[in-house]
Structures are given as structure tokens and as C-alpha cells.
Design a binder for this molecule. Sequence first.
Ligand SMILES: Nc1ncnc2c1ncn2[C@@H]1O[C@H](COP(=O)(O)OP(=O)(O)OP(=O)(O)O)[C@@H](O)[C@H]1O
Ligand SMILES: [Mg+2]
Length: 249
Amino acid sequence: MIEAKNVTKIFDSRKKGRIVAVNDVSFEVREGEIFGLLGPNGAGKTTSLRMISTLMKPTKGTIRVNGFDVVKEPKKVRKGLGFLTSDMKLYESLTPRELLIFFGRLNHLSDDVIEQRTEEISEYLDMKEFLDKKVGKLSTGMRQKAAISISLIHDPNVIVFDEPTNGLDVITAHTVTELLKDFKERNKSILISTHVMSVAEKVCDRIGILLKGKLKAVGTLDELREQFEMTDLEDIFFTLAREDDEIHV
Ligand SMILES: Nc1ncnc2c1ncn2[C@@H]1O[C@H](COP(=O)(O)OP(=O)(O)OP(=O)(O)O)[C@@H](O)[C@H]1O
Ligand SMILES: [Mg+2]
């Protein structure tokens, strides 16, 4: 379970000045649900996910993961949370198996448990053939699978994936979306970000539309359709973007 209440993140940099990356955002991700944050480049998706994953503190507001506050109890939050970041730099000279051991130990797992989890995850994600190849020699899809496997080594019940299918071919993207659906069946809470409407439509139980740091609408696809009296998510998105002066069409 993730609960974000009135969360704001302000960046103050000398170069760019003051940027309100996330502006008074509230939402929750329940157990057994896939929630998608849908927004264009720069909307504040990654910033939101980083705050939830304890990598960055909110300027204002509170976030709880499994009931634990991300600022006051970050260790407890991390124990139950798996974070996939789009800019994770994997160690090129290590193999996925070595990375799984490394991150498993960081998560205080015993070597026996790590071995067992590695077996399960690599079977599940069809990683066996490249488990012992150096990351530097892997394709984009293989790297993404490796990154996903690392985020899952400690069997978290809250999953936070930033743009999980970005850059993947249809087959690998399908493997990832099937994995998310499987987690949902296992009653985990899943939060993903995406800028791709079809991903939000196909994968998510509820969608939050994020524009310029503001959560403009939240609901199931059907609820959004009813609210805006439009069937196409793209039309709903553009209506909100126009309102917000995000685009000039
Ligand atoms: N560490 C930082 N310092 C200063 N500004 C930042 C920082 N991180 C993000 N920003 C700014 O915050 C805003 C939101 O960025 P963010 O990366 O959260 O967007 P996003 O929705 O993930 O976009 P994308 O689809 O391109 O990944 C942008 O204006 C960005 O320039
Ligand atoms: Mg991003």
C-alpha cells in the first residue's frame, strides 16, 4: 500500500531557478492494484517515484509505504519496496547473477535464499541464458530484465517501476506486463509511470494523469471516460493538457 498526501517537490538550482516538479499531489495505490502515473516528459513522474522509494525527500507532504513514513522510517520502507529506475547504471563488468548476490546481501538475505530467489526470478524472466554474461555485453531487453530481477530479489510487496517497458521490443514488453499482472494477482501494490497511453490503458487498473507536476485526474479508465464524456484516453489527455496550456492545439 502506498499513500501520498499533498506531496510537493521543489528544486532550487542556481542554473534553472525554482522548479516545482511535483505540486500538491495525493493518491494511493492499494493492494492487488496496478496504478499508472501517466504524463509527458518533465511532468514529475520520476521525481514522484523517487520520493516514494526514499531516494529523495518531499519538500512538503507525507508518503507512507506499508504504513511506514518514507522520511522517518526509510529502512522499513525499503525492506518492502522494489524500485526500478530508468537510469539505473548497472555495473558493466558484473554478471546479473553477481548483481543479484550483491543486492541480495545488501538486503540482508542469506546466500541460500539469494540462490533460491535467483533461480526463481531467472526462470520467471527467462534470464537463464545470460545470467552469467557480463552486463556490458547484454542487449537493452536483457539489461532491463536484469534490472527488474535486482529490484525483486527481496520479494517486495510494493513495486515501483519507472517506465518499465521503455525501449523494449513487443515480446520483452509483454513479459514485463505479464509479470506486473501476475504480481497484482498475488495482491502486491504496483505503481508504474509511463508516457505511453496504450500502456496505461492496457496494464493499469487506475490511472493518474500528471501534467506539470499536478495530478489533473485520477480514476479507472471507465471513470475517466464517464467524467470527461470521451472514450479515448488520448482525447482525455489532450483536453487536460489544453486546459493547462501544456500544448497549443
Ligand atoms: N535533481 C533535479 N534537480 C533539478 N531539477 C530536477 C531534478 N530532477 C528533476 N528535475 C526537474 O523536475 C521536473 C520533473 O522531472 P521528472 O524527471 O520528474 O519528469 P518525468 O515526468 O519523469 O519526465 P520524463 O518523461 O522525461 O522521464 C523537470 O522540470 C526536471 O527538469
Ligand atoms: Mg522520468
